[in-house]
Write a protein that binds this ligand. Sequence first.
Ligand code: GLN
Length: 343
Amino acid sequence: MKRTIALAAVAALAATAAIPALRAQGADPQKTVDAAYAKFRTLKEGKNADYIPALAKVDPNLFGIALVTADGKVITAGDVKTEVSIQSISKVFTMAQVIEEQGLDSVAKRIGVDATGARFNSIIAVEGVRTVVGTGAPEMNPLVNPGAISATSMVRGASADEVWKKIIGFHNDSAGRQLSVLQDVYKSESDTNQRNQAIGALMLAYGYIKDNWQQAVDLYTRQCSIGVNAKDLGVMAATLAFGGKNPVTGKQVMDASKVPGVLAVMATAGLYDDSGKWLYATGLPAKSGVGGGIIAVSPGKFGIAVVSPPLDDAGNSVRAQRAITEISNALGGNPYARAKAGS
Ligand code: GLN
């Protein structure tokens, strides 16, 4: 009971603090979002991912922005309805689910919470832990494929169905609506995910996965194929921004005390080997997916997401990076920046 009251008090504080803080920076959130949309709408850099054939077919012009504040207000520009596959952004929520269920140490001890400095599907990164770093002690993280497939394998359940219900349930609660798998993407990725199968088998061989790597890879592929639009992703980001409580539905999705651990891994590895550059520019924990989405979290202030499929060489959406950086910095979203007087 006491804890519920404390959580409610924290949420109420965040609700009263967040909006004045945004305004005190002198920028109006809707105008800022609109301006970034107009500025980057015609930007043509980057290319859709095509190693999963279904992703190459997605309209590269799709562009939507959603910013969600403490009071559950959703501020949007562009197309926030068309769904893309969530891809690697799902890694955050499956990791969060394992942390919620088994504690912060579970992931840190089995997988690690360190940057790999390598691409998201690097096998050399797995080998490097053993041969360069030393013994094979956990020295990666749940936001690159080897760690993510391992995290999926850690979700408890007597059958694949039971595990899947928990994974999709956590995603639904974070987004505030019932999500579903984009079957064309799931099929396309299942037909072409031999590299992830190799990673799954390797992770079993090295003991990160305890058994049934095939089930872990299949469920991982399914979770990557969940359909989301920019609004869903914005609400999911906001759930993390406000202590694990979805600000639109009011549901406490995860224990607030565990959220900082999730955000720390996002800051370390959310944009793969470009995570340092991203943090340098924005200060925001974030996560990208090869479907073209990026979520970013300004703790206590807002969650933001952009969907735009063309990616840069590191596998991160070009327009999403530019738009989020511009909007967050205009609204004072960088947690490392000193707040202006009165904010
Ligand atoms: N499902 C994709 C893969 O495993 C996810 C990659 C990503 O979004 N970076 O390759």
